[in-house]
Design a protein around this ligand. Structure first.
Ligand SMILES: Cc1ncc(COP(=O)(O)O)c(C=O)c1O
Length: 376
């Protein structure tokens, strides 16, 4: 057999080893996937589009109507002024991230990530030859350490990647922190990639703020978002990318020469989803309830420190007080019948586990009961 290219050597797979579906008897608090069914209206639209023959090639950028709906959505929910011409609909947010990394870096360029960062960023950057530079967040509240970010900028840095609300820490960066990051980017003429996939899952009393809404931010920010989380559409694979026109021309070229477009019948379904505010709101009410149950339950367990869980649907838990490593903790928890993720699988996550409260409420309650029986 010919040799597989060396591009894949040493490339990580993030949380994958701990995301394998366990047996049905195990409580699974690992996956970042809403337990809710996709809203009926979205499914019905996809089916009727299929029935109507929307199964052929179509406009690569995304239907004109869907691109406009995204621009309208950003105006309504984030007060952002975006032209529909500068919106690209992608197969999931992941593909939008890949394009954004390709646009903002060349091989050898450095990209600043705030560690611990979502597991796919590092391998995706390495895949295209960029160099991930991890800057630790503050250990007490997982918010950005602005001085450390500033100190990490070199003459090779071309981009800062942020993800707020954050997977895995749940941190929601304050408007002042976003402003400070934009200031650094302006000072050094850097791109900002802003992964806003959890933008609607903010449990704080201050708003989620996009760097694109801050003076000097719009011309250097690429916003990544998608339908997977807030609309429970993980398997439908729809995301979007938007940013300055020159960058979006490059993004459209990237898609034209790779994925082509999302499934044609999903264009209208994704457009309909953007107006399903009732579903998003009712999911959020459930997440808030589950968050309370999880925080309360975890706080009763010895050796665990659980923070605010400010947004997204993850509790990022310091388990160093148990005397175990995070791998030992996760393996012990699995033996006790609970699957969770040891964060040392990603850079900067040593001593922490990530627990998802996207799982059903009864599963969360049972998971806590089992952890209590194991640890107390
Ligand atoms: C921070 C973050 N960005 C992007 C994604 C990918 O989303 P999508 O399903 O739209 O590709 C995820 C999924 O877990 C995520 O947690």
């Amino acid at each position: 057999m010919p040799k597989v290219s060396s591009r894949y050597e040493g490339l990580g797979v993030g949380f994958a080893p701990y995301l394998q579906p366990p047996g049905p008897e195990v409580v699974r608090l690992t996956v970042g996937e809403p337990g809710f069914d996709t809203p009926r209206e979205i499914i019905d639209t996809a089916i009727s589009e299929l029935d109507a023959g929307k199964t052929k090639y179509t406009r690569g950028q995304g239907s004109v109507e869907l691109c406009q709906a995204v621009a309208d959505y950003l105006a309504e929910h984030q007060d952002l002024e975006v032209s529909a011409d500068d919106v690209l609909i992608t197969p999931g947010a992941k593909q939008a991230l890949l394009y954004s990394f390709m646009i903002s870096t060349m091989p050898g360029d450095e990209a600043i990530l705030l560690a611990p960062a979502w597991a796919s960023y590092e391998p995706m950057l390495q895949f295209i030859g960029a160099v991930p530079v991890h800057v630790s967040v503050k250990p007490d509240d997982y918010h950005p350490d602005i001085d450390a970010i500033r100190a990490a900028v070199t003459d090779k840095t071309t981009m800062i990647l942020i993800n707020s609300p954050c997977n895995p820490t749940g941190a929601v960066y304050t408007p002042e922190e976003i402003e400070a990051i934009v200031e650094i980017a302006v000072e050094h003429d850097l791109w900002i990639i802003s992964d806003e996939i959890y933008a609607r899952l903010n449990w704080m009393d201050y708003p989620h703020v996009s760097p694109a809404s801050i003076e000097g931010g719009a011309e250097r920010t690429l916003i990544v978002n998608g339908w997977s989380k807030s609309w429970a559409m993980t398997g439908m694979r729809v995301g979007f990318l938007t940013g300055p026109s020159a960058a979006m021309k490059a993004a459209i070229k990237s898609q034209a020469n790779s994925a082509s477009h999302i499934p044609t019948f999903m264009m209208e379904a994704a457009r309909v989803a953007l107006s399903c505010d009732d579903a998003v709101d009712s999911f959020n009410e459930e997440y808030k309830k589950r968050r309370e149950i999880l925080i309360q339950g975890l706080s009763e367990l010895p050796g665990l420190r659980v923070g605010e869980c400010e947004g997204a649907f993850y509790a990022y838990v310091d388990i160093t007080g148990t005397g175990m490593t995070d791998i030992e903790f996760a393996d012990g928890a699995l033996e006790a019948g609970v699957q969770l993720i040891p964060a040392s699988l990603i850079t900067g996550g040593e001593g922490f586990v990530r627990i998802s409260y996207a799982a059903d409420e009864d599963q969360i309650i049972e998971g806590i009961r089992r952890l209590k029986a194991w640890l107390c």
